[in-house]
Structure formats: C-alpha cells, structure tokens
Ligand binder design. Structure first.
Ligand code: DGJ
Length: 514
C-alpha cells in the first residue's frame, strides 16, 4: 500500500518528522563506518545486537565506492540488504551518503575517481602540499557525486517509496578542510582574490575581496560558501528523484578552535547563515556530539529554522539522560549514539577504541565508554515509546518541563507551576550511571507526573499563603501503551524521600495544602 513520504511538518508550531503521515521520533543508533559494507557482517555482528534496545531507527552509511565501482554502473545490493533486514527488524533507516567527503577526506570516492587526479583535483595547502580532499571547487567531481546520489535516491523511490523504510538522508559526513583554513589550489586562489559573490555581498552588506569583506574569518567563510554550494547541488539532484528530508552533519568547532583544526567550511554554528543561504534544500544541520558539554551543544544547534537532529552522540551511560534532554527540552527529531552495535556486543571479545584514532578525531575517550549504556539507553528509549501520547500532547506547553544536570556546578532546579512549586535536587555523579534528568508533566494544578533518574523531588506551596504542600496520594508506576499503570503507593518512609536512582521511574502525585 502506498504510504505518505517522510517529511518535516509543523505540529502545534514545532517542526516534526512525519512518517506515513504520523509524527515520528527517531530513537536511533548509528552503525560503525564499515559495518554496512558486508551483508554477512551485518547479519552476524549488527542486526542480532539491536533487539532489546527499544530503538526504532538505524542510522547507516552507504558508500559511493561500492555503489559505482565502475563509472556509470550502479550496484545497490548493500542497500537492498539493509532495507530488507531493517523491515524484518521493524526499524526505519537514516542513510548516510558517504560520497565525496567523509570526515573531511575523500576516501569513499570510487577507484576510477581516485585514479584521475588531473580531472578530479584535490585541495592544496598554502605550501602547495596536496591534501586527500577533493576540492569543493572541482565541478566535475561534484557533478559525478550529484549523479550518483540521484541514482541512489531513484533506487529508493522505486524500491522503498511504498514502504518508506528510509526516513531521511545525510549528505556526506562531517565535511570541511582538516589541515588548512582554506583551499589554496589555483581556482580557489583566483576566487578568493576576486570580489565576494553578489549573494554574499547582499546578505552580509559587505564589499571587496573575501579578505576585505570578512577579515580574519575570510578563509572559513569562503570554504563554507563553496562547500554549501556543492552540497546544494548534490542534495537538490537527489531530492529531484525522491524528495525525502535531507540534512548535513557537522564536526563541531572545538578546542583548539582554529579553522582547519576542525573541518574548515563545514557547517559549524558560526557559519550557518552562509549554509542556510547556499544550501536551502537541507532541512537542518545536525551536530555530532562527543564533547563533555553535550547539552550545551544541543542548546546551540536547536533554533528556529534548525530543528535538532542528532545523527551521532556519545555512547556512555549519560546518553540516556541526553536523550531525555534532546526530546524534552529541544523537540529533537532524531537521537542516535554512535557505534550502537557495540552496546550489546560481548565486551570481552571487543578491542576497545584505539586512543590514537580518538585523538585524531578529537573525541573525548570517555564518550566511548559503553559500560551500562545498553541498560540505561534502552530504558530511556522504552520510556519515550511509552510516554509518547502524553509527550505529544504536552510538549511546547507551560505544563511540561525537562531537567538535566548540564554542568558539574549545577545542584538542581526549581520549577514554578500554577499552584505548586517543585524542587529537583540532583544526585552526585556516579561512574557508569546516567546524569540526573527527567520530565515533569503538570496534568492539573494539583496533579503531577514526574519521570526521572538520579534525582530527588520535593513540592512546595506558593509562598505567602501560609500553607504547606502535602501528598494526597503518590504512587509509582509506568506507562503501558500510553496508559498509566500504578505500582506501589508511596507512604510511610517512602513518602519522606521521593527520589529516582539510575533506572528511570515515574511517580504520579496528587497534592493538597495544609
Ligand atoms: C565522527 C564521524 O562522523 C563518524 O563517522 C565516526 O568516524 C566517529 N566520528 C568516530 O568514530
């Protein structure tokens, strides 16, 4: 039966991914880079590790080098297998197009392109040294990528248009130049010395050369302009075949902060204005978050015109708390820790992440410590599934709040509701446990549902009324298929300390005053 195509629609003023006409929240996990290249490997080491995590979406790469080994001849067998298994495992898929650029470099281009460096030329540093990055100014290369991507989208339209297993496409991966602030090839130099293009001059009210117009930021802005233009060509070509939502992801601007230490010209927040101007076919820019200050990155990358879509995030136990924050605070469309197949893998037989690789990728090693994550993340995903009807009803209103301990110095949060206030006190951090986080629903002025972890709650009557808050009734429980299912009634000793440990729990509280 024909289904409606995935799209981003406004739902009560919030941009929301819709799959087959219904709101859909991707509770995802991204696969390791090479997993999809072998159907056999996927069947042995990936698919069996996913059930039980309560995921509904796999974020998976496909590789240009495998799809178009011979120029103009396409082989979609890995995509076919991916779709087949995803349907069997009842998962949706976000496809990552590893084309011209992946983590800055051009390692996934087909062999025929690698062999013709004359035609498909690379970026040069100011010393003339070549980098393993196809230049964004190489029109022939961009056209070839756009064509290959459009063939992939045509394949998806034909093979998946009726099923909509694939719900979004990521265009390339963490693009930009690592190792130089800009391309110093011949064509790049000519354009950099010329006047800024009319659309940039108009948008930023500047004139003159790039240097005159943008000073110290000129190199990065120049690269952002040309990368975004290339991505627009590729995305538009694909969407012409099959118009499902497309986005780009970003390697964050982070220590040591200078352009080229992170991929220069990639869609870091500081150059979004340029990316939005030149790549309107992307519905958003999604952050890849491995830094210790993950929640602040979410705060930065969610704004009007840029819904939060997280294709990659840390996979330590705190990912469970960040999941709540992403959906609760930022109406996320997708949340997806990286290397998800590791969570349920036999830890003994797994080599840990290579520290030198993590150092090269500028990744906090703690981000890859998966101890406890399978338990807490699957609870968070299960909770999101169960609470969905209430979440959809309340998000975006004053009757719904989310909390998270975002920084070491934070001790808790005080919420003011219509008739009662609520103090949340955070527990001290514990190794391999989630961070304090939770959802609060004010169902009526005297009725609250609080679901959380690693925190304690206490209600207060409004000041000045000479009264205190007390429980008429408080019960623990859970949601089953959207229905509140009560467990213990908390009284006696238990009523004196209403708190959550590492496992996510819910309390339904009816309050009165005395
Ligand atoms: C970010 C990249 O986007 C991923 O493909 C992967 O390389 C991770 N870093 C780290 O392993």
């Amino acid at each position: 039966m024909k289904r409606e195509l995935p799209e981003i629609r406004d739902l009560n003023g919030i941009p929301t991914l819709h799959v087959d006409g219904r709101p859909f929240f991707a509770l995802g996990g991204e696969l390791h880079n090479s997993s999809v290249s072998s159907n056999d490997y996927m069947d042995k080491n990936v698919w069996p590790n996913l059930p039980g995590l309560n995921m509904n979406t796999v974020v998976a790469p496909v590789y240009w080098e495998m799809l178009e080994k011979e120029e103009g001849v396409f082989d979609f067998s890995i995509v076919e297998h991916l779709l087949k298994r995803a349907r069997e495992y009842k998962m949706h898929v976000v496809i990552l197009w590893f084309g011209l650029w992946k983590n800055s470099e051009s390692n996934y281009i087909p062999g025929w392109m690698k062999r013709d460096r004359e035609k498909y030329y690379v970026v040069r540093k100011d010393t003339g040294e070549p980098l393993n990055i196809i230049s964004a100014l190489c029109e022939e290369a961009v056209e070839k990528d756009a064509y290959a991507f459009s063939q992939l989208m045509k394949y998806l339209r034909e093979e998946d248009g009726d099923e909509t297993t694939v719900i979004a496409m990521q265009i390339e991966n963490e693009i930009g130049i690592l190792g130089s602030a800009r391309d110093h090839g011949k064509r790049a130099n000519e354009l950099f010395e010329a006047a800024v293009p009319a659309d940039m001059a108009e948008r930023f009210s500047v004139s003159g050369t790039w240097k005159e117009a943008f000073g110290a930021d000129a190199e990065e802005y120049f690269m952002a302009y040309h990368y975004a233009s290339a991505i627009e060509k590729i995305t538009a070509a694909g969407r012409e075949e099959y118009p499902i939502p497309c986005y780009a992801n970003v390697w964050l601007r982070q220590f040591p902060w200078y352009a080229g230490s992170y991929p220069s010209g990639g869609p870091v927040r500081e150059v979004h204005d340029i990316w939005k101007l030149k790549a309107p076919s992307l519905f958003t820019i999604g952050p890849d978050i491995y830094v210790a200050y993950a929640p602040f990155v979410m705060d930065e990358y969610h704004y009007e015109g840029n819904p939060l879509f997280i294709p990659e995030i840390r996979k330590d136990a705190s990912s469970a708390s960040y999941c709540l924050y992403a959906f609760g605070q930022h109406n996320a469309l997708c949340f997806s820790p990286f290397g998800i197949e590791d969570l349920k893998a036999d830890k003994e037989s797994m080599p840990g992440p290579d520290p030198s690789v993590l150092a090269e990728l500028n990744i906090d090693p703690a981000a890859f410590d998966t101890t406890g994550t399978d338990i807490y993340l699957s609870q968070a995903y299960g909770f999101m599934n169960d609470i969905m009807p209430l979440y959809l009803q309340y998000r975006g209103t004053d009757h719904f709040k989310c909390y998270l301990k975002k920084a070491e110095t934070e001790r808790g949060e005080y919420f003011r509701f219509e008739k009662f206030d609520l103090l949340v006190t955070y527990f001290r951090p514990q190794p391999h446990k989630p961070a304090p986080a939770g959802f609060i629903f004010e169902l009526a002025p005297d009725r609250f549902l609080i679901c959380g972890m690693m925190s304690r709650i206490k209600f207060f009557a409004k000041e000045g009324g000479g009264k205190k808050a007390g429980f008429i009734n408080i019960e623990e429980g859970s949601f089953v298929n959207g229905q509140w299912t009560p467990g213990r009634i908390m009284n006696g000793d238990e009523r004196m300390d209403v708190s959550f440990g590492g496992d996510i729990r819910c309390f339904m509280a009816e309050l009165g005053e005395y």
